[in-house]
Design a protein around this ligand. Structure first.
Ligand code: PLP
Length: 413
């Protein structure tokens, strides 16, 4: 064997040995067999050069599309200046980002953290601390709803109304009750002298894409006010324009005491925020809550650029318009397809309720160059970016129709 052949064979066998090793990562994610390496706008490319139309946006994160120019430009400037500074110092980018968030919502004060779960954790802590330290009561209990999803920390998975995320993590923290959604009598029965707050998603996204009924929301908001309970809205998935408003609760005309945001807030950099009304400010005095990385100059630059882009380009309005268009097209396309039972959602958070499991449809979609996800076993969830065009929607729905037909044509489906 020539020297070069020997070298090649050795490299190949080293690569094979490397591949046969178990991954050095915990297997806590069931990962798809695609290696994505590049993204721009609504499109992603894998390591083999295949192109995909992205209708999942990194699970409602890349709301301005992949690598949005204005956000990238601002972050690059910041990366050359200062990456991190402790929250023991003033961070002007944080002030600007917070001010902007208060201008587009009913909130007056903001706490920055790194994820949705952390934002909800902060909301739970703020509610408890407000009642215990500001109001001088012993209220600590949260009421949440069946099928909700609030995160994976111990407190937020306890708040979550789905058993599967709690499995194996006993004992769970105290002070959480879950009641069925839309059930006012059950809610009233759950409220007691220790109840501090009620936490709700305006569209239960992970739970199957179910928008909450407006009449229930009104009654809940009135009940909270009458009983002195804080109303916390989890806008981690529904916020930042996703449903066609800056925050989904704005569709309902309510002003929550606290709401949370993450996912799309920094266009893909890890950031979360907990936003609250003025009277809650004193519940988080110096030393009461903190996060090392929360709101650092790089992520808050991304938040500022994301908000500026969204304002300049009227992104929530565009999302509302494209959402109506997408829902209309899906209903028309599948009107004679009994497998598709219902198209629901708000803005560009869309669920397609199906007559059977949809996991294989997601995999088939990937083979046809379209990325989307599920929301439970029999719901297809579409989460395109909020700048998506009508042409891209036409293309995605055409691929989806092809994929559903191919799936149903297969024996046994
Ligand atoms: C409504 C809602 N809340 C909280 C979370 C948790 O967010 P994170 O994964 O950033 O912790 C999610 C994530 O999907 C979510 O959809």
């Amino acid at each position: 064997m020539a020297q070069s052949d020997l070298k090649e064979a050795a490299t190949a066998s080293a690569a094979a040995a490397e591949e046969s090793k178990p991954s050095a990562l915990f297997p806590s994610y069931a990962r798809y067999p695609i290696h994505l390496v590049k993204g721009k706008g609504s499109w992603l490319w894998d390591d083999k050069g295949n192109r995909y139309l992205d209708f999942m946006s990194g699970l409602a994160v890349a709301n301005l599309g992949h690598a949005p120019d204005k956000v990238a430009a601002k972050v690059k400037v910041q990366l050359d200046e200062l990456w991190h500074v402790s929250n023991l110092f003033h961070i002007p980018q944080q002030e600007t980002a917070a001010r902007k968030l208060t201008e587009i919502s009913c909130a007056d004060v903001v706490f920055f953290c790194n994820s949705g779960a952390e934002a909800n954790e902060a909301a739970i802590k703020l509610a408890r601390r407000y009642h215990q330290k500001v109001k001088g009561t012993n209220r600590y209990e949260m009421i949440t709803f069946e099928q909700s999803f609030h995160g994976r920390t111990l407190a937020t998975l306890t708040a979550t109304g789905q058993q599967k995320v709690k499995d194996g993590f006993l004992p769970l923290p105290e002070g959480f009750k879950t009641v069925p959604l839309h059930d006012i009598p059950a809610l009233k029965a759950a409220i007691g002298p220790q109840t501090a707050a009620v936490m709700l998603e305006m569209v239960q996204a992970e739970g199957g894409v179910y928008p909450v009924e407006p009449a229930f929301v009104q009654e809940l908001a009135e009940l909270c006010k009458a009983q002195g309970l804080l109303l916390i809205i989890d806008e981690v998935q529904t916020g930042m324009g996703r449903t066609g408003a800056w925050f989904a609760h704005q569709h309902y005309g309510i002003k929550p005491d606290i709401f949370t945001s993450a996912k799309g807030i920094a266009s893909g950099l890890p950031a979360g925020a907990m936003l609250a009304k003025e009277y809650l400010r004193e519940a988080f005095p110096p030393g009461s809550h903190a996060s090392t990385f929360g709101g650092n100059p790089v992520v808050t630059s991304a938040i500022i650029a994301t908000l500026e882009t969204m304002q300049e380009e009227r992104i929530p309005e565009h999302a509302a318009e494209m959402g109506d268009y997408l829902v209309g097209l899906l209903k028309e396309t599948f009107k004679d397809q009994p497998f598709i039972k219902e198209v629901r959602g708000k803005g560009l958070l869309i669920g397609i309720g199906c007559a059977g499991p949809v996991g294989d449809i997601v995999l088939l979609g990937q083979k046809h160059g379209l990325l989307f996800v599920t929301a439970g076993p029999d719901v297809i969830r579409l989460l395109p970016n909020l700048k998506v065009s009508k042409e891209e929607i036409d293309q995605a729905v055409a691929i989806l129709a092809e994929v559903v037909a191919a799936y149903l044509a297969k024996e046994g489906n």
